[in-house]
Structures are given as structure tokens and as C-alpha cells.
Design a protein around this ligand. Structure first.
Ligand code: HEC
Length: 96
């Protein structure tokens, strides 16, 4: 019984952290249709892989705010919270 309670406690502590990292991976997967499976970009679409985290976050915030003109990113960026933008920027900046 004590072991069960302990396992439950660990699961409760571990679950939010796991859910957060899984969410960013899922969100980032939706970008690959345009930015490429390796996030290298293609055609007129810029690559994201290995870009500075601050640069990526600032661009996404500018798209969201409408201060950077765009064809699709201005619309897409509106669907993400600032926390998700930070997570996505970190994710793509870490891709090598
Ligand atoms: C429908 C295609 C499409 C999808 C999906 C998409 N993008 Fe984009 N992205 C673009 C295009 C096109 C541009 C160039 C700006 C514009 O015209 O919207 C761009 C530009 C960007 C830029 C600016 C890069 C630079 O070098 O300045 C960032 C950052 C970015 N996208 C991040 C993302 C992220 C993160 C996702 C997933 C959440 C995503 N994009 C999903 C098409 C897409």
C-alpha cells in the first residue's frame, strides 16, 4: 500500500512535465508540413533548424501581434500562447 501511494505521487509529479514536453513535440510536428521534416525550409519558406531561440520567439510574437507582415504565419501564430511560442522556439533552436 505504501509503495502504491509512493508510485502515485511520482506519477503525479512526473505527469505535468512529461505532458509539456510531449505537447511541444506535437506542436512542432505541425510545422514540418511547410518548414520541412528537418526544418530546413523549402521553396520560399525559411528554415527554422538551429536558429537563435530569441530570434524564433520574437518572429512568432511579431507574427502574432501583426507587426511582421506574412502570408500564413500571422494567422498561425495567433493560435499559440506565449509559453507555447517559447517552447517551439527552444525546440527548433536545439535541432542540429
Ligand atoms: C502553411 C505553411 C506553414 C506552416 C504550417 C508553418 N509555417 Fe512558419 N512560415 C511559413 C511561411 C510561408 C513563412 C514566411 C512568412 C509568411 O509568409 O508567412 C514562415 C515563417 C516562419 C518563421 C520566420 C522565420 C525567419 O527566418 O524569419 C518562423 C519562426 C516560423 N515560420 C515558425 C513556424 C512554426 C514554429 C510553425 C509550427 C507551429 C510554423 N512556422 C508552421 C509557412 C508555414
Amino acid at each position: 500500500m505504501r509503495i502504491c501511494g509512493f508510485s502515485l505521487l511520482i506519477a503525479l509529479i512526473a505527469a505535468p512535465a512529461f505532458a509539456q514536453s510531449a505537447d511541444v513535440t506535437i506542436l512542432a510536428a505541425t510545422c514540418s508540413g511547410c518548414h520541412g521534416a528537418s526544418a530546413d525550409g523549402s521553396g520560399g519558406i525559411p528554415g527554422l533548424r538551429g536558429q537563435q531561440q530569441a530570434y524564433l520567439a520574437n518572429q512568432l510574437k511579431a507574427f502574432k501581434a501583426g507587426s511582421r507582415p506574412a502570408t500564413v504565419m500571422n494567422r498561425l501564430a495567433k493560435g499559440y500562447t506565449d509559453d507555447e511560442i517559447a517552447g517551439l522556439a527552444l525546440h527548433f533552436s536545439r535541432l542540429r
